[in-house]
Write a protein that binds this ligand. Sequence first.
Ligand code: B12
Length: 300
Amino acid sequence: MTDVGTPPGAIGLEEAATRLGVHYMTVYRYLRTGRLPATKSGGVWKVDPRDVERLRRGPEPAAVPRGAPRAWAVDRILDRLLAGDEVGAWSVVESALASGAEPADVHLELLAPALRVIGDRWEAGSIGVGDEHRASVVARRLLDRLGPRFNRRGKKRGTVVLGAVAGERHEIPGTMVADQLRGAGFEVVDLGADTPAPSFVAAARAHPPLCVLLSVTGPGHEAAARTAVAALRSATAASLMVGGAAVRDAEAAIALGSDRWTGTDVRQVVAAVEAVRAGLSPAASAAPPSPASPGPPARR
Ligand code: B12
């Protein structure tokens, strides 16, 4: 539900209820949960008749074939994130889970695409920094609620220390990586955003890791990444991997001192950690660095 941009020909909730053959309050619930996008005009809720028709014809969440969330779910969660509506956004997540999506699908097919659209809109100037902050707070809260679903019992397969480098405030990609590594059976020491180099070193000493993952999402953190890598090199023999949206390819990763490139999404990061654990050379990993890289194999 937003309060701008009422589409031409928009109809009221009473009319929508009639077209859908449901009670007015049911339509209002659709608004609250993001199933029906709405705008407010002169204090009155309006909906686009095309959305009403799509809802009338579309499958109920329970009837959706089991599998990954669909594009319409991304639209819905995007709407709820921008509205700062955690309850509505969580109900979209619950619908996706009830339809057979795995928690990792919710990360990669639902939240990540919605967050990227939010970034694009901020860049284009159609939403402000406050809107971006508000949406990312809700996204964080959804990730917190999903987190325990990644817990896996049994003996751990090794420890991974993870954090965003000093000055880097994007924390969400690291949370997703941490959860999915936990789901794959690794112990994760997640240091979160804006981690000073000495704190990486202290964590690597206190929890000897298989590898350390250093996250860089936005521009301008190259020096901080190099500083952290240099400090870690003198303190641990663990494999060091610098990754994230700002590390676009193997060449960029190697330039930052990384042993290998972690690829473009979380599944590739997990594959890269698995490769380190298996002692595979970088060339054999899912997200290989350039052949010119020295690429030491796993040392623990
Ligand atoms: C939310 C957000 C914020 C929040 C972060 C809140 C939080 N708690 O994390 C706040 C408001 C703080 C913020 C601040 C800024 N942001 Co911002 N932000 C975003 C936004 C909308 C979503 C980020 C996100 O979580 N994406 C979802 C993740 C899952 O996607 P991903 O980053 O691609 O992650 C994948 C890869 O990283 C991959 N991966 C591969 N290898 C590895 C290895 C490791 C170790 C890890 C962790 C991950 C990983 O796995 C991930 C999942 O598949 C993005 C838009 C976007 N395109 O992502 C902009 C975006 C990243 N921000 C941007 C900018 C410019 C900024 C600011 C400079 C200005 C601003 N907008 O306020 C500041 C910088 C602050 C700082 N000092 O760091 C730009 C960066 C542009 C660029 N050229 O790189 C983006 C792309 C927006 C845009 N389109 O312009 N931001």
